[in-house]
Write a new protein. Structure first.
Ligand code: KIV
Ligand code: ZN
Length: 385
């Protein structure tokens, strides 16, 4: 079974979410939890961006031993030097250099010709390789780049010493089919491609970041990049927990393994949410509050008889104690009876009917009936009137 590396960028691209600002200690807490989660690489920050980021990256690189720590750098010598100062004490120092390759970025942002971009990329990768054992190079905005230009520049940066090539969907524009085809094209046309690991980095502007990452894996990517809870620039990055669980649950389709310890997912998600202040939406796949909640009578009845009727992921797989039967207006007798038992009440059939009717009346007034509401109904029903 092929291995897929998990590259976590919660502390770099994730921290670029509007309104998020992690201090050094918060970053270190998250880094330790990411290590427990089993990521292969963590991008701890962008050392040249600020003194605080430099200090945080340095401390994380010197503390974390269980995985490789990397830092982002523009294709500038001073960024690479700064990254080296921050990362040199790490267990496996690696640098992540990016340079845009799309006409739109080369013309308007970099104001460089394609030949100048190739020259800069090659020069900076060779320079970084003098220090770093592992150099990752990203073709920023790869999905809006000319495919043959991508093939050309990738061949050159591999010759210059890059060992990981990342093809980001920087603006979340691509579809799974297109993204997969880009990886296939690069794999089939870059002559020295077998010397490197190909990486996928997807943004979620059109809600396709996870699907695009899976399509990349099926077409040759052996590293996926993402963040916890999918936080990140604009609409965020691919959610690592969703990719990890999809690969596990759909083993029939995806014959790949990762080092992720899936049981650590919920703890990691909670920590990132608390420290970044980015709330996880209730309906968020894998870690949302409702991801294992059942409200309708038909679903509750099915799950109580056999959980796999409506649950494809077991809560314990991702570190959640159990599923939840939510009592609301769609709920039926089966879940209600279970809840009564759970509270330790023994009601005869007519009392049970009476209590169920009171509960149904309450659902006309409240969206969700809480345990306290239910307890009040049950004690009230038991009391002889
Ligand atoms: O989305 C992107 O292109 C990036 C690069 C820095 C890799 O985050
Ligand atoms: Zn990004």
């Amino acid at each position: 079974m092929a291995h897929v590396n998990v590259f976590d960028t919660t502390l770099r691209d994730g921290e670029q979410s509007a309104g998020v600002n992690l201090n050094r200690l918060e970053k270190i807490e998250i880094a330790k939890q990411l290590e427990r989660l089993g990521v292969d690489v963590m991008e701890a920050g962008f050392p040249a961006s600020s003194q605080d980021d430099f200090e945080a990256v340095k401390e994380i690189a010197n503390t974390v031993r269980g995985c490789s720590v990397t830092g982002l750098a523009r294709a500038h010598r001073k960024d690479i030097d700064r990254a080296w100062e921050a990362l040199k004490g790490g267990a496996e120092p690696r640098i992540h250099i990016f340079l845009a390759t799309s006409p739109i970025h080369m013309t308007h942002k970099l104001k460089k010709t394609p030949d100048e971009v190739v020259e800069t990329a090659v020069e900076m990768v060779s320079y970084a390789k003098e220090k770093f054992p592992i150099v990752q190079w990203s073709a920023e905005d790869a999905c809006r780049s000319d495919l043959d230009f991508l093939v050309h520049i990738i061949e050159k940066v591999i010759d210059a010493g890059a060992s990981v090539i990342n093809l980001p969907d920087t603006v979340g524009y691509t579809t799974p089919d297109e993204y997969g085809k880009m990886f296939r094209y690069v794999t089939e046309n870059v002559p020295n491609i077998d010397k490197v690991i190909l990486s996928a980095h997807c943004h979620n502007d059109l809600g396709m970041a996870v699907s695009n990452s899976l399509a990349a894996i099926e077409n040759g990517a052996r590293q996926i990049e993402g963040t916890i809870n999918g936080i990140g620039e604009r609409a965020g990055n691919a959610a690592i927990e969703e990719i990890g669980v999809a690969l596990e649950i759909r083993k029939d389709r995806y014959d790949y393994q990762t080092n992720l310890v899936l049981k650590e997912i919920k703890r990691t998600s909670d920590l990132v949410s608390r420290l970044t202040g980015m709330m996880v939406p209730g309906n968020k796949a894998v870690v949302g509050r409702n991801a294992f909640a059942h409200e309708s009578g038909i679903h509750q009845d099915g799950v109580l008889k056999e959980s796999t009727t409506y649950e494809i992921i077991t809560p314990s797989m991702v570190g959640i104690d159990s599923n939840r039967m939510v009592l609301g207006k769609h709920s039926g007798r089966h879940a209600f009876k279970e809840k009564v038992k759970e509270f330790g009440f023994e009601l005869n059939e007519s009392k049970l009917k009476e209590a169920f009717e009171s509960f149904k009346n309450l659902t006309g007034k409240k969206k969700e009936v809480t345990d306290d509401d239910l307890f009040a109904i049950l004690t009230d029903t038991q009391t002889e009137h």
